[in-house]
Design a protein around this ligand. Structure first.
Ligand code: IVH
Length: 671
């Protein structure tokens, strides 16, 4: 490829990838399969390696770059980053509205109400449309340069697009927004931190701040932050007449802009928006701590001006706090499906932003020790979204006399078996002979997203276990109406319903069935990978760790766990009994783009010139093939490069189809 051709191709690839990033991270509407995206990305990386001087700083390949640092540089903002006055009541808000109307000498004022994101405020600077610098708010005038970290946030455009009322701005553009951590990512991150005996974050805001201020951009990249833009601080040559126009301009430039805002004809509508959002607060995917109410007209904003550090044209109307103070009445230890012991604080019930909280997780012994939580302590508790309430800290000065440090039990509180410590956790060693583990297992098996047996929740599972009706998963399918008839709470109709739900669960999709088995490290995603790859249960019995790891997305830990599960005699017995009971998982082919090599088994031998072996294997898999490591009659296609030796001879003897690298690329439609 000539330089000119390469430049053209790099430009068109970058454009295409940028479009896909925007669809995926901002609009939440992906248009292509991951494998296809990877293919574009790999082609771009390859071209940029070949022509390093054509690699531009706004290339999609340049999200994770920059070295480990020891400190952040200070940087002066393009404009002052103001803060907002906080109000707690509708009355205070009416006073604000009164002041605004009086100053403007008008009857009514139109406002824009936006969620108040609970994250880290950042300034983003673009020169001629290219992202050049990003910084924290700092003291409002000078912040810390966190450019390398912000680049890793996929919702942040490295190059401004040219749609909307903002057009394609030249010169300097400074945008303000909030870097946040979605609650699902926050929960996953804390789980990982606790597992590694590291300190978890107290809330999603601290997690976002800690991630954005990481000295190692690779760590920032590994945690998925999001970024919402809400203010154009400066844009040379662009006039925006209102806050609405400003948001539209930001959206046109490619930023993630919240769509759930309210354009309010007067203050009452803004108050109503605050109420609506407050009711929905727990169901939002990220944390907000109030509503920001802004005068819509920009000329009026200017007229109203700024008082010391905050504008007179905007206020934050906050939600009630997420934290409350209460007392620990007891600490009990729960045993989960995997045998993990979790200490749980029993609290004097307390209302935390509208929900009564009476229990809070303490995670594990390390956490209890770190916070030094004791029965009798007064503590600050916090709840956020659907996340389980947590003890934030102990108010030590209120500790009564004679409290004792908490100790995990040496024996399982449910079955009395020995407890082993593994890393940060204490585990019951009794496996499925421990009723708590069995109950967890059964409950997980029957749950939505797994076998989806409506009516077989935790309470019913325990009731059936106590009646001696459930000793393993397969027992579910041996239940009869007569078994259930004598039990409390089971009338004719509910028996009928449960029997029907059990019957209906006998043909689960393979991935759901694999998930339902509760194999360690096999969540929904891994279950889908396994189901897609193997298409049935039988091949999984034979799969060794090496072949499992050939699946893109499956690492050694998962492979170990899967192999371990399927090689256990006990598990095989349960699987046999499930089969006998008529449970037949069905494999469902997922549509993931064209699969020209579907069903083929490909062997690579000799040297490849245009790609590495792992790349080739990935391509083959993306095209639907399985990759073999040795020659056998099962192989359907041999890809032979220069230097191929005995395997090629063998393949010829067996009469297998043989192609060269170009032939392979042609078959997968990449020639
Ligand atoms: S506007 C001059 N809009 O809240 C107006 N701020 O307590 C500048 N915040 O530090 C701010 N969501 O980081 C604005 N939709 C939103 C916001 C928002 C969150 C933060 C902002 C500021 C803090 C003020």
């Amino acid at each position: 490829m000539t330089r000119t051709e390469a430049r053209k191709r790099i430009e068109s690839l970058s454009e295409e990838i940028r479009g896909h990033d925007h669809r995926y991270y901002v609009l939440n509407q992906p248009a292509i399969a991951d494998a296809q995206y990877d293919r574009l990305m790999r082609e771009l990386i390859g071209l940029e390696e070949q022509f390093p001087d054509l690699r531009s700083p706004d290339s999609p390949t340049q999200r994770v770059s920059g070295e480990l640092r020891t400190a952040f540089q200070k940087t002066r903002h393009a404009g002052a980053m103001l803060s907002l006055d906080s109000l707690m009541t509708a009355d205070e808000l009416r006073e604000f509205d009164g002041r605004v109307r009086k100053a403007l000498e008008v009857e009514t004022v139109a406002y824009v109400a936006e969620p108040k994101f609970d994250g880290l405020s950042v300034e983003l600077v673009y020169e001629d449309g290219v992202f050049v610098r990003g910084s924290t708010r700092g003291d409002g005038e000078v912040g810390e340069d966190i450019t390398a970290n912000l680049r890793t946030i996929r919702a942040l455009p490295l190059k401004l697009a040219g749609g909307g009322p903002g057009g394609s701005p030249r010169g300097l553009v400074a945008v303000r927004g909030e870097a946040i951590m979605p609650l699902s990512e926050f929960a996953a991150l804390n789980r990982r931190l606790i597992e590694a005996s590291d300190e978890p974050f107290a809330n999603a805001r601290n997690a976002a701040a800690g991630t954005v201020r990481q000295l190692d951009p690779k760590i920032t990249a590994s945690r998925r932050l999001d970024l919402f833009a809400y203010e154009v601080m400066r844009a040379e040559g662009v006039t925006l007449a209102s806050q609405q126009a400003m948001l539209a301009a930001l959206r046109g430039w490619g930023f993630h802009v919240e769509t759930e805002i309210a354009v309010c004809a007067g203050l009452d509508q803004a108050i109503a928006f605050h109420e609506r959002l407050r009711e929905r607060r727990d169901r939002l995917p990220y944390e907000i701590d109030g509503v920001v109410i802004k005068v819509d007209r920009r000329d009026w904003q200017e007229l109203l001006g700024v008082r010391s550090r905050s504008p007179r044209w905007a206020v934050a109307f906050k939600f009630p706090p997420r934290e409350e103070v209460t007392r620990i009445v007891d600490i009990v230890v729960q045993v989960g499906r995997t045998g993990k012991l979790t200490p749980v604080a029993q609290l004097q019930p307390v209302d935390v932003s509208g929900v009564t909280v009476s229990r809070a997780t303490l995670h594990n012994q390390d956490e209890v020790e770190r916070k030094d939580v004791r029965v009798g302590d007064t503590v600050r508790v916090r709840r956020a979204g659907d996340v389980i309430p947590e003890v934030v800290e102990v108010l030590k000065d209120q500790r009564p006399r004679g409290t004792e440090p908490f100790q995990m039990p040496r024996k399982c509180p449910v079955c009395g078996a020995r407890v082993d410590r593994v890393g940060a956790y204490h585990l019951c060693t009794n496996g499925l002979a421990c009723p708590a583990q069995l109950a967890g297992h059964l409950e997980h098996f029957a749950a939505r997203g797994a076998m989806d047996i409506v009516g077989l929740g935790g309470k019913t599972v325990r009731q059936l276990m106590e009646a001696g009706l459930l000793e393993d998963l397969a027992d579910i399918y041996r239940l009869t109406p007569i078994d259930l008839a004598g039990l409390e709470g089971f009338a004719e109709k509910s028996i009928e319903n449960l029997m029907a739900a059990i019957e209906a669960s006998k043909r689960p999709k393979l991935d759901r069935f694999l998930f339902a088995l509760g194999i360690e490290h096999v969540g929904g995603t891994v279950a889908r990978l396994l189901a897609d790859h193997y298409g049935g249960l039988d091949p999984l019995f034979e799969a060794d760790e090496e072949t499992l790891q050939e699946i893109h997305g499956i690492g050694p830990e998962v492979a170990e766990s899967v192999r371990h599960f399927f090689s256990s005699a006990r598990n095989r017995r349960v699987l046999d009994r499930l089969t006998q009971a008529g449970v037949r998982p069905v494999a469902e082919k997922r549509t993931k783009g064209p699969q020209p090599l579907a069903g083929q088994i490909v062997l690579f031998t000799g040297t490849l010139e245009q790609m590495t072996r792992p790349e080739a294997a990935k391509k083959a898999e993306a095209a639907g093939a399985r990759v073999a490591s040795g020659i056998s009659k099962k192989v359907t296609l041999v890809v032979a490069g220069p230097g191929a030796g005995s395997k090629l001879d063998e393949a010829k003897k067996l009469g297998l189809s043989i192609v060269d690298e170009a032939g392979f690329l042609k078959r997968i439609g990449e020639a």
